[in-house]
Design a protein. Structure first.
Length: 83
């Protein structure tokens, strides 16, 4: 299912909390897990980043969800979060 399709016509507050979340088909979880992995398996150098993530300092699923939520709050196209 697409992000936000599973929870229709909600307030901005609810959309910010749940927006961009797609329920996990395997577990049914609706909250973004905290990925503590520092590196991600790649099939080959040619297919580098095909899965979307290579190294946590550059990007990981948890930070990507935060960036999507910040962009939604600010009515922006995208955002970058660093620490």
């Amino acid at each position: 299912s697409e992000a936000s399709d599973w929870i229709p016509d909600v307030s901005m507050d609810t959309d910010v909390v749940h927006g961009g979340v797609v329920p996990c088909e395997k577990t049914g979880a609706i909250l973004t897990p905290v990925y503590m992995s520092t590196t991600f398996v790649q099939e080959s150098v040619d297919k580098y980043l095909e899965k979307g993530y290579s190294y946590s300092r550059t990007n990981n699923p948890t930070v990507k969800m935060l960036e999507e939520k910040v962009a939604k709050i600010e009515n922006g196209y995208d955002s970058i979060c660093v620490s």
